[in-house]
Design a protein around this ligand. Sequence first.
Ligand SMILES: Cc1cc2nc3c(=O)[nH]c(=O)nc-3n(C[C@H](O)[C@H](O)[C@H](O)COP(=O)(O)OP(=O)(O)OC[C@H]3O[C@@H](n4cnc5c(N)ncnc54)[C@H](O)[C@@H]3O)c2cc1C
Ligand code: SF4
Length: 548
Amino acid sequence: MTQQQAARFPLTTEVDFVIVGSGAAGGIMAKELSTRGHTVVVLEQGPRIHPSQFHHDEYAYFFRNEINTRQPITWRQTPTEVAKPGGILWYAQMVGGSSVHFTANFWRFRPVDFNERSRLGAIPGASLVDWPITYQDLEPYYTKVDWEIGVSGAPGPNDPPRSRPYPVPPLPVKSSGVLFERGARKLGFHPYPAPMAILSQPHNGRAACQNCGFCEGFGCEYGAKSSTLASMIPMAERTGKCEIRARAYVRQVEVDARGRATGVVYFDENRREQRQRAKAVILCANGAETPRLLLMSASNRFPNGLANSSGMVGKHLMFNGASLAPGIYEHPLNEYKGVQVTRIAHDWYDSDPKRGFYGGGGIDARGDINLPIFFALNGGKPGVRNWGAEHKRFLEHGFSRQMVIFGHTTSLPVESNSVSLDPTLKDDWGLPAIRFTYRDHDDDLKMMKYLQDRAMEIHQAAGATQSWRLPVEVQTGTAHLLGTCRMGNDPRTSVIDKFHRTHDVKNLFLCDGSSLVTSGRGQPTMTIMALAFRAGERIAEFAKRGEI
Ligand SMILES: Cc1cc2nc3c(=O)[nH]c(=O)nc-3n(C[C@H](O)[C@H](O)[C@H](O)COP(=O)(O)OP(=O)(O)OC[C@H]3O[C@@H](n4cnc5c(N)ncnc54)[C@H](O)[C@@H]3O)c2cc1C
Ligand code: SF4
């Protein structure tokens, strides 16, 4: 079936579901509901880009933000500061969202992620709580992600139980993977093939990875990267029940006098205001835009923002920690080819009281955005000048010999870390910009440093001729946007219940990075997608039973 056969609903039609955002969660939600017979309109603020239009222009993607959002934001570390404009909000604004240009590391959470509060007790300065669901509740949906979205991999040591093997084997190992494995094994660690949302073999009618190398930050023209654009959205459209309406920027969720959601108001591609009515509204706009939309939907009935009787909308923002240690090796590694990551180690996954602080994580090895301009501007040791003859010699020697050992770590939920509406800065439509308030908990910074120490040891054991640390400092990276409308059983301390229904509005659901209760160990999207499969199934059941 061609794209022309996808549904097109007249603007006056009330559909069963309107979904805001077509990214990692929204794409799955669209497929789950439309294949169960529901009419669905997905409103996506970004354009529809056909995979054949993806290209390998580093400047366009990384410096002109061709697919990244250009929404203005402000930043501060604590609630007492005045936030300053600037900084980067890093998500892809297009059909498929950030699942299109992400790196595709695809780690399941483990059983220990879901009950850390009960196991570890309270952490001062944080509001760590248990999830209202367990790994066992989510396992069937992780397996659905593996098979329907397409994940390559092989079982690793201490993996959580899985009901089915991976659908396709791991991707071919790269030089970084060989060296990482060698160094890590010498030290007694347990490296193994990285699970990736990239196909190593054809699967579900899609092609395998061609190792083009323009992967992190780029769209995949072969459809081998398992974005929702490549996997779910075509299935949703083939039902003839789902319309993906691109360049539709939602500014408000509307509610009636009974407090039920009636639809959303959005700006169309001609900047005209439109309305999409629906029996239920599902926000999948990510961990920054979903809380913003709820706060922008304040009304007399909901003066603090929609679904915000708890006051928790926007709070407990988590980014995940990242610590990097680059190293130079004797022979060319040619890391600019292929996918980013082929080997990982999870020996430090669970929080260990012997370390003296909360936290856990995993490590991978990669070229890390091994692109010419990016490397010329960011490669090399901090503090060493990035111009002149010495720098040129470094580029010539280092570009093909560098690999980065990358630590991915926990972020504790801290109430003051948040997304809120900036009181002065507005976007191009006159809507309030996002204000980030963020300062990592001290334990998060300690965990980042801890994994960086392990990374340095691995470089040494693997034979690096040089290695160094990039500074571990309070984060400003926004690739992972988590926890801002967290799930819970208690309406006083959470925004949605365990099936993603808001506690306050019966026919309003939230499902994306904002739903997460804890941050996992750095690769949240597998869990965001598993939650979306689970929520889609349940929401369809509620609709069938007349419970929406
Ligand atoms: C460069 C990069 C690399 C990454 N690598 C990894 C990785 O290796 N592993 C991993 O697990 N995660 C990774 N991530 C994070 C991952 O991409 C996100 O966790 C995931 O995509 C979040 O899914 P989501 O559904 O919450 O939101 P998104 O995928 O961001 O989708 C939200 C969608 O909603 C749309 N939207 C927002 N507001 C509105 C509005 N008002 N109206 C209409 N539409 C709207 C957006 O345009 C977007 O398309 C990476 C992210 C980046 C940026
Ligand atoms: S490296 Fe593979 S998955 Fe990544 S963009 Fe290229 S072909 Fe696609």
